[in-house]
Design a protein around this ligand. Structure first.
Ligand SMILES: [Zn+2]
Length: 152
């Protein structure tokens, strides 16, 4: 099921370049050799056409996806051979459920990039219905970090 961007509209409206599509090992090599590796993690999305798109970590996921709905989103890190060493569903713009992993795996398989077979870290998101805070749920603590409202 595609995820729609739910973050702040001012971020969505900014004209960042879209993420780089990685459809093959050759795409990966061409992108990775020119990427900035001071931060080992990158922003990624899987767009509804099943393609992995990557961008510098400072990029918003919605920019990486060019404003489109996504099948998955988060952060990803590679070794120089193209093996995925870290991959998460951490995207406060799309709040993808950890169950979106098969879309990530399919996009990586299509590009010929080995992966760990699941997220290396997973996040669950919960919008507080009272104060609006977007909570990152850890350790099954389903209470709002700001106002203490029960989230589930
Ligand atoms: Zn709250």
């Amino acid at each position: 099921m595609p995820y729609r961007y739910i973050g702040p509209a001012d971020i969505a409206a900014r004209a960042f370049p879209a993420g780089r599509p990685i459809r093959s090992r050759a795409d990966f090599t061409a992108w990775y050799s020119g990427a900035d590796h001071r931060d080992p993690l990158f922003t990624y999305v899987v767009t509804t056409d099943g393609v992995l798109r990557v961008a510098p970590r400072r990029s918003e996921h919605v920019a990486c996806a060019a404003g489109a709905d996504v099948l998955a989103a988060g952060e990803i890190g590679f070794d120089p051979s193209g093996r995925v060493v870290e991959v998460t569903n951490q995207s406060t713009g799309y709040c993808p459920d950890p169950s979106c992993w098969p879309a990530v795996a399919a996009a990586l398989d299509a590009a010929g990039l080995p992966h760990p077979g699941g997220f290396t870290s997973t996040f669950v998101f919960g919008h507080c219905p009272v104060c609006g805070h977007l909570n990152l749920i850890k350790d099954d603590d389903y209470t709002c970090a700001v106002c203490g409202t029960a989230l589930a």
